[in-house]
Design a protein around this ligand. Structure first.
Ligand SMILES: O=c1ccn([C@H]2C[C@H](O)[C@@H](CO)O2)c(=O)[nH]1
Ligand SMILES: [Zn+2]
Length: 165
């Protein structure tokens, strides 16, 4: 699976738009996520914090729960942007929640807050990002996939397996 250039740009723009609605008075760390659904629509989500702290919901889960609860359960890509210029990866809990609905080869774009970063030989090299999964791509975007972020994962298909007695 791969994203067209137009879809990639639309998804990145939507992630920035989503970030504007972050409710993050405690961490002051805004996050925006945008999911491209199989029907071509884009669903946005922001992190929504809570005075209890533990009730906080990340941007990625906001987006996927918004989508799934409106009947969209098949996706072609995800983009995530935060307030920092290094690329930030979804937390463990979000990876598992995304895994429920996203194919292992679904592209995930991790976008720096200063996107597009100026040209740099590494940014279009397709090199593996240092110290982790994914490839560096145009504008400083780290491109990875669901399966790279959550290898050897547990998913809905495993509940269909025959059970031992
Ligand atoms: O991938 C991430 C990482 C963090 N956060 C949120 C949760 C919390 O509101 C704030 C700080 O952890 O950032 C996200 O939304 N997505
Ligand atoms: Zn998360």
């Amino acid at each position: 699976m791969s994203l067209s250039e137009a879809n990639r740009e639309a998804l990145i723009k939507a992630a920035f738009e989503a970030r504007a609605f972050s409710y993050s008075p405690y961490s002051k760390f805004r996050v925006g996520a945008a999911l491209l659904a199989a029907d071509g629509s884009i669903i946005k989500g922001a992190n929504i914090e809570n005075a209890s702290y533990g009730g906080t919901i990340c941007a990625e889960r906001t987006a996927i729960v918004k989508a799934a609860s409106e009947g969209k359960r098949s996706f072609a890509g995800l983009a995530v942007v935060t307030d920092v210029s290094s690329t930030i990866s979804p937390c463990g809990m979000c990876r598992q929640v995304l895994r429920e609905f996203c194919a292992l080869d679904m592209p995930i774009l991790l976008v720096p807050s200063d996107y597009p970063k100026p040209d740099n030989p590494d940014f279009d090299s397709g090199k593996t990002a240092s110290g982790g999964v994914g490839k560096m791509t145009k504008g400083g975007v780290k491109a990875t996939t669901m399966g790279e972020l959550l290898p050897d994962s547990f998913g809905p298909e495993h509940l269909e397996l025959p059970r031992g007695s």
